[in-house]
Design a protein around this ligand. Structure first.
Ligand code: ATP
Ligand code: MG
Length: 331
């Protein structure tokens, strides 16, 4: 079986439609055909300003949502990144292999450092793609299901694995990104030139745990384009195309079929129907998430078992890597 690894940050307290359509939907599907390792990457959540109590609660909420969406701990290894210290142990070696220049080219750092400026951003925000490489390589993963925005980080991961193997001999599996065909980049409803993101203002971001009334309002206020025809046109009508893409991904109906369905009707009809499609999808997920959160002790037991399984695999990679780079074994 191919091995799959992916992670998601516990920021914002809820995942959004971009996370689900770009990544999490594949997580659930891949459990059938792969040996899957899925983690809540809390270490990545402290690269920018954070609140400790919120982080703890958001980590539990993230795990509950993953289970509610269909991640099955009997088939997949579900864990919290900070419970597996091997990620950080491998990360240091990767930091010493990565070049300052290549890390400087990561466009996500350029985007995310805009608020604090480069000089005011944390070193962790700068090196986060290298920790992410370690997250993947420590499990010898073959495939990484992610959204389009992670393509560049996956290239860095591959480069680091190839560099390590070239210098120290075949040790690390070189992984490939698994980016979905449709909805690989869901756009922000208010700024459809940007990807939907937890770090943008909430008005443009549809959270899975939002009350469907709030969601309907966000969709109603979505920026649409000039003209009135409901047709897909990524260049000329990014806003409308985004709404059609979300509809299609959730309803399973093709874009062409939806264009026919909305022929002679306006943007208002599209928005109204999309709000219903989203509500149908999130309602059982919200309910199940709440049930799981009502028993945090059980949730933490599940995560503890996942961490133990993850460590078995991760520890083997770290031992191998530490030996190859010349660290003296502990006698
Ligand atoms: P942030 O903006 O703070 O980085 P995020 O919304 O990107 O948060 P992450 O935890 O970084 O969330 O990403 C989790 C997964 O969701 C990744 O695989 C990422 O590629 C995917 N993803 C995030 N945003 C989108 C989007 N708008 N469309 C498709 N996939 C997305
Ligand atoms: Mg992100």
């Amino acid at each position: 079986l191919p091995r799959v690894l992916s992670g998601i940050q516990p920021t914002a307290g809820s995942f959004h439609l971009g996370n689900y359509l770009g990544a999490l939907r594949q997580w659930v599907a891949l459990q059938e055909t792969a040996e899957a390792f899925y983690c809540v990457v809390d270490l990545h959540a402290i690269t920018m300003d954070w609140d400790p109590e919120e982080l703890r609660q958001n980590t539990l909420t993230a795990a509950a949502q993953l289970l509610a969406l269909g991640v099955d701990p009997a088939r997949s290894t579900l864990f919290v990144q900070s419970h597996v210290p091997e990620h950080v142990q491998l990360s240091w070696v990767m930091e010493c292999l990565a070049r300052f220049g290549e890390a400087s080219r990561m466009t996500q750092f350029k985007d995310k450092s805009q608020r604090e400026g480069t000089a005011g951003s944390s070193v962790g925000l700068f090196t986060y793609p290298v920790l992410q490489a370690a997250d993947i390589l420590v499990y010898q993963a073959d495939e990484v299901p992610v959204g389009e925005d992670q393509r560049q980080h996956l290239e860095l991961t591959r480069d680091l694995a190839i560099r390590f193997n070239g210098r120290f001999g075949e040790t690390l599996t070189v992984p490939s990104a698994r980016i979905p065909e449709g909805a690989a980049k869901v756009l922000d409803l208010q700024s459809p030139e940007k990807k939907m993101s937890k770090s943008l203002p909430p008005a443009g971001c549809v959270l899975l745990l939002d009350d469907p009334k709030v969601t309907a309002k966000k969709i109603r206020s979505a920026v649409t384009d000039t003209g009135r025809e409901v047709v897909a046109d990524p260049e000329g009508k990014p806003g409308v195309t985004n709404l059609l893409t979300i509809h299609s991904a959730l309803s399973g109906r093709g874009i062409g079929e939806l264009e026919e369905h909305f022929a002679g009707r306006g943007y208002g009809d599209l928005k109204k129907e999309l709000a219903e499609v989203v509500a149908d999808f999130v309602t059982p997920v919200r309910q199940r998430t709440q049930e799981l959160l009502d028993d945090p002790a059980e949730l933490q037991r599940t995560l503890g078992q996942g961490a133990a399984r993850a460590r078995e695999v991760a520890a083997r990679t770290v031992a191998d890597v530490y030996e190859k780079v010349g660290f003296l074994p502990l006698a």
